[in-house]
Write a protein that binds this ligand. Sequence first.
Ligand code: ATP
Ligand code: MG
Length: 345
Amino acid sequence: MSILSGISNFFGLDIGTTAIRLVELQGNYPKTLVKYAYVPIDPKLALSDAKGDQIKLAQIVLDLCNQAKMTTKNVVVGLPTRRLFTTVVDLDKVSPRELEKTIMFQADSLIPTPISESTIDWAILGDSPKDSSKIEVLLSSVSNKYVEDKLDALESVGLNVIAFEPENLAILRSLISPGLKSTVLVLDVGSLGTDLIISVNDVPKLTRSIAIGTQAIIKAAAQNLNIENDQAQQFVFKFGLDPTKLDGQLDRAIHGTLESLITEIEKSISFFETRFQGSKVSKIIVTGGASLIPNFPNTIANSFGVDVEVGNAWHNVSFPESRQNELLAVANQFSVAVGLAGRNE
Ligand SMILES: Nc1ncnc2c1ncn2[C@@H]1O[C@H](COP(=O)(O)OP(=O)(O)OP(=O)(O)O)[C@@H](O)[C@H]1O
Ligand SMILES: [Mg+2]
């Protein structure tokens, strides 16, 4: 064990709806890649809260960890945004200890679930943009039961959970350069939903989840073209949003779902730009499964007239040149696991 940092090595664990992903890094910024691994899983298993299923899932994590020869059983686990309640509140400027009291005292009115059943965490973002006598605090809460069940399952197979971290914070750590001075919107468009984060100078100022992901897009294609889901998925990832392909039929079939997603993103952008007068989103970074749908990132960016980029999970990681191609092939699905692995414990 290291004396200076407590726990010297650990890996990041992303239990996604469609896959489990592990990443281990070492050293200081930019951390070096040690190992990474992933295995597809049955979404039913991933989404189940049943104890037996959670243990099965933990066993898959352990098997993958052994197979990949991870150097440690210490793990930092991602908390899915849809399981978290997150809000930004303005509170009186007080000492950190007083702040804790203030938050606990007001928690009932700040979070939707009973305090006795929730774990609350917070980070000071800076002065409130509305009232300079106040500070702005990012507040997250999660149900104790959700965290305890995950912890019990993972520890029951011999893994050692050293921390949980919201996935949206992990994503920022992997995709954004530390110290970046600009306002960026990050979209992780996964299987069931989209996580949205607006970050100013690498600090998250707004985060939410939207219940539209690749499954909704595939379902729209299947229904409107009257084809099976599997074929719809192939079409979506082969042709994407291109009106010149398939006589524009696929493009039209998924247009409505895309519009709904864009409307939700738009609401978040206007909420943000109203609160932070003068701030403008200058770039959109897209990650997750949907970033591979042809023309998807562009379509989103064109709706808002800003630059778009497909996020590279390995952006802040150093690795041998010879592994470049292999790593870039999975760069859109590792942002959560890499971010968790990039924590400084
Ligand atoms: N090349 C591809 N061909 C077909 N489908 C793909 C391709 N790449 C990704 N997908 C689809 O994208 C989805 C997975 O996206 P992603 O990996 O972001 O989800 P996840 O992290 O497992 O889920 P979540 O983050 O929502 O819990 C799946 O529905 C998968 O089938
Ligand atoms: Mg995901």
